[in-house]
Design a protein around this ligand. Structure first.
Ligand code: ADP
Ligand code: MG
Length: 347
């Protein structure tokens, strides 16, 4: 037998998105009902009168959350929210979820009840039914995987691929807060390890910590689009940072972007905290993760209606693909954006 050396490629060489592309490019669509497979915030399936949306996200202890500062109820709530956010990002309405958990024997029934109290709360507040899941054990730690189903009118679905030159770029809420909340909690964790007698210093950072531990999904934006007959030409939720999401829209729509630095919404407390940490606030907005806001583009005809929309910022415009992706500073300088987002493989 030949002594063939097995090729071994490290997943870090591909990165998260490169890896997904690599593993899924052979997934040929066989069913005529599959309208959108891999590559958007949710899969889109033709179920007759409307499209059904399906999206899955998994949260892993030690990678996505640290139970030292994450209450289980909040974790359960967040695990649902991050999935609902992907359904809203298609301009859809979530309807059902399934929840799968794997846990070590370190978790008691009472602890799991806490986790589920957060799951039930999110289901109640977002009018979603918990309809199934799976329960199993793990050797170490807790893993939660949620699948969300939703619905969207066929004429109203927003993909990542529809942005057109001349469209206007908008984002809901504010960005970078969650990343800064994580920095505060990590800092306090470090201090606690060295000085367990000290109380954590969290005062003044409530907004950022809340953004990390108890995010909300922007169903208000989808409701506004519906009542104003707006269909965003493209949309994505901001889970990995504005810059990374712009790259997804640019790649799939075949366009470029110019984003006005001064227009990118950053909460005043987040700005202050970023400066305390010695980080430029815009860096947190561009590359911090887990804001769960909606980034979308609209046609110029919808501009007036968007100006009336609560809690939304117009941050730039869609340009020709050859224009690339740029951040325009207040002095008018253009800086090329980089795609650096969260890569959990890197940790
Ligand atoms: P999001 O951040 O919106 O949750 P992801 O970046 O996780 O999206 O995934 C991008 C796309 O790749 C989605 O369409 C998702 O369904 C798909 N995807 C991710 N991981 C896998 C996988 N292991 N196998 C098949 N498809 C995947
Ligand atoms: Mg998404």
């Amino acid at each position: 037998m030949e002594n063939e050396e097995q090729k071994r490629t490290n997943v870090n060489d591909l990165g998260e998105f490169g890896l997904i592309d690599h593993l899924t490019f052979e997934a040929i669509i066989k069913q005529p009902s599959t309208i959108m497979g891999v590559g958007d915030d949710a899969a889109v399936i033709d179920t007759g009168d409307f499209f059904t949306l399906v999206s899955t996200d998994m949260l892993v202890e030690g990678i996505h959350f640290d139970l030292m500062y994450t209450p289980l109820k909040h974790l359960g709530y967040k695990a649902v929210i991050v999935n609902l956010s992907d359904i809203y990002a298609m301009n859809g309405v979530p309807t059902q979820i399934t929840v799968s958990i794997a846990m070590s024997n370190r978790f008691s029934v009472e602890a799991l009840e806490e986790l589920y109290s957060g799951i039930h709360l999110a289901c109640d507040l977002y009018n979603v039914d918990l309809v199934g899941g799976d329960t199993t054990s793990s050797q170490k730690g807790l893993i939660i995987s949620v699948t969300a189903l939703g619905q969207v009118d066929k004429a109203s679905v927003s993909y990542r691929r529809g942005a057109k030159e001349g469209d206007i770029v908008c984002v809901t809420g504010s960005l970078g807060g969650s990343y800064l909340g994580l920095q505060v909690l990590e800092r306090e964790k470090q201090i606690y390890r060295e000085h367990p007698e000290l109380q954590p210093e969290l005062t003044g950072h409530e907004y950022m910590i809340g953004r990390l531990l108890k995010p909300e999904a922007r169903r208000d934006a989808i409701a506004y689009f519906e009542s104003n007959n707006i269909v965003p030409t493209s949309m994505i939720d901001v889970s990995d940072g504005l810059s990374s999401e712009l790259f997804h829209l640019a790649k799939q729509s075949g366009v470029g972007f110019v984003i006005e630095e001064d227009m990118v919404p950053i909460h005043i407390d987040a700005k202050k905290l970023a400066i305390d940490f010695g980080i430029d606030p815009i860096t947190c907005a561009l590359h911090g993760g887990e804001d769960y806001e909606l980034l979308f583009t609209i046609a110029e005809k919808d501009l007036e209606a968007i100006r009336m929309m609560p809690d939304v910022a117009i941050i730039g415009e869609v340009v020709n693909r050859t224009g690339g992706l740029h951040l325009k500073t207040s002095s008018g300088n253009l800086h090329a954006l980089t795609a650096q987002g969260w890569t959990h493989f890197g940790q």
